[in-house]
Ligand binder design. Structure first.
Ligand SMILES: [Fe+2]
Length: 382
């Protein structure tokens, strides 16, 4: 199995971890070779070196990503050999140019070809499939100056990652990614004075903004000649499962899965884009908002899947581990919090709770979230 390196503080070393790099003593002689498993004696020796950090092997946790057709498998092989940072950067620049170009063409009322969009989405799919940790680079995506460009690309990337983890094939990923990239294209037909109004919108102005969904649908379907499934993403990404969205107040299964996904990633990116540099608090805010509104505004199953992909778990959230045990998150640590286990894999309530530090146990991961319990707790607090 392919392993990644992870830098850990010497104080975090635990028995069973595997060295990802050879460790030398103060005379430059090999002390412990790469690939060696750590035991207590070896950890004590490393302590004596006064090193602050070392690299250990990390076993990839996410086994549920499915390469479910030949395109996906081939794409993974193709992009493995490329420089990830360079490809990501190129795609980012290209994506922003494409979106900018589309916007210009819409303003000129010229015809736009859907092929332009699918070409860039193909590229983004390749990058996302290469490494789902690409999501960590979303902060870089925000370096694109104009919010609407960076937001479009972020929503596309987040939606594709979600689609991959839901097992979508190439064709479905292309449709989802295309609709996600230009889901807000209809905003170009809303007067800028209303879009950028700093004060509270009047009821009339809010109705005009809501029309961006209808405009977008028309552009995607009639001008760009996208299929109904893709065009519907622009139309329905503000519909909510409780029927309180717009423009058609659709509910539950009346809303397409594509639109439900983009509805979630659109809101999540809007919340987290308010972050200042390196501030991860907003990620927790985004996750908390989705948890709070799951099954009312957003599809609960997709929210749960999305959060396990993003990997930010608020303290107090009950989660299920891949061991079957259930427990409560008690520390904040992206992907790797400490979980206090209260129910074992057979469903038995434990009299003696114990803690699992996922950071120190690379083979353990969170696979599910208890939404109902979190929401009940929030209701009590408010
Ligand atoms: Fe929108």
């Amino acid at each position: 199995m392919k392993t990644n390196k992870r830098k850990v503080g010497v104080s975090e070393l635990a028995e069973g971890m595997t060295l990802a790099e050879t460790i030398f003593d103060i005379d430059g002689k090999t002390l412990f070779s790469e690939g060696l498993k750590l035991n207590k004696k070896r950890i004590d020796r490393i302590f004596l070196l006064n090193a602050k950090t070392i690299f250990i092997e990390e076993i990839p946790k996410r086994t549920e990503k499915k390469a479910n057709d030949d395109f996906v498998k081939n794409k993974i092989e193709e992009v493995k050999s490329l420089n990830k940072e360079r490809v990501l950067n190129e795609a980012r620049v290209e994506a922003s140019k494409v979106v900018e170009n589309i916007i210009e063409q819409v303003m000129d009322a010229r015809s736009i070809k859907s092929e332009k969009i699918t070409k860039i989405v193909e590229k983004i799919i390749g990058i996302v499939l290469q490494d789902d940790k690409v999501v960590l680079n979303l902060a870089n995506l925000s370096s694109i100056d104009d919010y609407i460009f960076s937001h479009s690309v972020n929503v596309c990337v987040l939606s594709l990652i979600t689609g991959i983890f839901l097992g979508f094939n190439h064709q479905k990923l292309l449709m989802l990614g295309s609709g996600a990239l230009i889901h807000d294209i209809g905003k170009m037909l809303v007067p800028v004075s209303i879009l950028n109004k700093p004060d509270k919108l009047t009821e009339e102005e809010y109705k005009i903004i809501q029309q961006h969904t209808v405009y977008g649908h028309k552009i995607l379907r009639d001008t760009m000649k996208f299929s109904d499934e893709v065009a519907t993403i622009a139309l329905s990404h503000h519909e909510r499962v409780d029927g309180k969205g717009y423009p058609n107040q659709l509910s539950k299964n009346e809303i397409s899965k594509f639109s439900k996904i983009v509805g979630i990633t659109d809101v999540f990116d809007a919340i987290t884009s308010k972050r200042v540099s390196c501030d991860k608090i907003s990620y927790y805010k985004g996750v908390e908002y989705l948890l709070k509104n799951a099954n009312t505004q957003f599809d609960g199953d997709i929210v749960k899947k999305f959060i396990t992909i993003i990997g930010y778990y608020p303290i107090g959230l009950y989660v299920q581990l891949n061991t079957g045990d259930i427990g409560m998150v008690i520390t904040k640590n992206k992907l790797c919090p400490v979980v206090k286990v209260t129910i074992d894999s057979n469903g038995n309530k434990l009299r003696n709770h114990y803690e699992i530090d996922i950071n120190r146990n690379p083979s353990i991961s969170i696979v599910d979230i208890n939404l109902e319990e979190y929401q009940a707790k929030q209701r009590l607090l408010n």
